[in-house]
Write a protein that binds this ligand. Structure first.
Ligand SMILES: Nc1ncnc2c1ncn2[C@@H]1O[C@H](COP(=O)(O)OP(=O)(O)OP(=O)(O)O)[C@@H](O)[C@H]1O
Ligand SMILES: [Mg+2]
Length: 305
């Protein structure tokens, strides 16, 4: 083996030993222009209904269809998406704002190469930064925007001013609810609160999780849609259903997404169906315009000013 070859092999080995180090796509590849990432808030009224599992497996499903997806964990109280993926984040989006770290350095690679950013700060604090820090933050968000097709925001449960802001600032919202009356009532309260802050129609989709049967799922979603339409004058499309499936719990225990660990499970099949119903290329609807991640934070910033 000549010296150059041995050096090359050593370099390759060193590269392989740094699996968590993300490659800066701007240096690595041609700068790919995306007009804008689509920012999707994933939320619920009641907690523990399956938002984080949905976010992770939805992200994987989109990735399997060739989409570039980044998940941003904005759940400040019980952020635990990283646990579902078995990683502990070193940095968070807060470091971009406070310490001027590059966005590429806060993106973690989780299970199956899913890219993930830990939020780690209260958006209220955006107001307290001087212009130069904010400019840096907006620029870094621009880079993220040029990189990802979809940015999924996993949020905490419960009605808060913050959640209302997220829903109004994102391109669309997926509301996750179970057929339990408490979950449905809380989901309804979230939307009612949102509507008290806006005259616009936010783009909303409903996912019914943990239904015992398809019939129960369909009946729950129809009743919810009907209440939104007649009382709140709000259209909410049903994106799909996930049945109660023991494989979900087993995959949580194993810290591996069910789509990967149990690809033939009911939950995985349900998720694939949701992906087909979601992506514009499989449906007749064309792609809608997006404000993107910078638009998302700017809107929150302007609502708080
Ligand atoms: N389709 C399903 N079938 C069976 N169990 C499920 C299903 N979806 C979720 N679960 C169970 O519900 C638990 C909570 O899910 P998850 O952490 O995704 O909820 P969450 O809405 O993100 O909670 P939080 O509000 O605390 O953030 C999971 O650990 C799993 O055990
Ligand atoms: Mg969660």
């Amino acid at each position: 083996m000549d010296q150059a070859q041995s050096l090359r092999e050593k370099m390759n080995r060193l590269q392989a030993e740094r699996p968590r180090q993300l490659q800066d796509p701007l240096q690595k590849t041609q700068y790919q222009h995306h007009p804008s990432s689509r920012v999707i808030t994933i939320t619920s009224g009641k907690g523990g209904v399956g938002k984080s599992n949905f976010s992770l497996n939805f992200a994987l499903g989109l990735k399997a269809e060739g989409k570039k997806v980044v998940i941003l964990d904005l759940d400040l109280s019980t952020a635990n998406l990283n646990i579902l993926m078995g990683i502990s984040p070193r940095y968070s989006l807060a470091n971009v704002l406070y310490d001027q770290i590059r966005i590429w350095d806060v993106i973690e690679k989780g299970t199956e190469g899913i890219e993930f950013i830990h939020g780690g700060f209260d958006l209220q604090h955006l107001m307290n930064f001087d212009q130069s820090k904010l400019d840096y933050f907006w620029n870094q968000l621009n880079e993220l925007q040029s990189y990802a097709d979809y940015i999924l925001l996993d949020t905490g449960a419960g009605i808060s001013k913050e959640l209302v802001d997220f829903i109004l600032a994102s391109d669309e919202t997926i509301m996750v609810a179970t057929p339990e009356p408490t979950s449905i009532a809380d989901a309804y309260t979230v939307l009612k609160t949102v509507m008290s802050y806006t005259t616009e129609q936010p783009k909303l989709r409903l996912v019914i999780n943990r239904a015992q049967t398809y019939q129960e799922a369909v009946e729950t979603s129809r009743a919810f849609q009907h209440a939104c339409k007649t009382i709140l004058k709000l259209e909410i499309q049903t994106l799909g259903y996930l049945l109660e499936d023991l494989h979900v719990r087993q995959s949580v225990k194993a810290q591996k997404p069910f789509l990967v660990m149990y690809p033939n499970s009911t939950a995985a099949k349900n998720m694939k169906q949701i992906i087909y119903s979601y992506l514009p290329e499989f449906t007749r609807s064309g792609p809608s315009s997006s404000k993107g991640i910078r638009g998302f934070f700017e809107k929150i910033w302007s609502r708080r000013k």
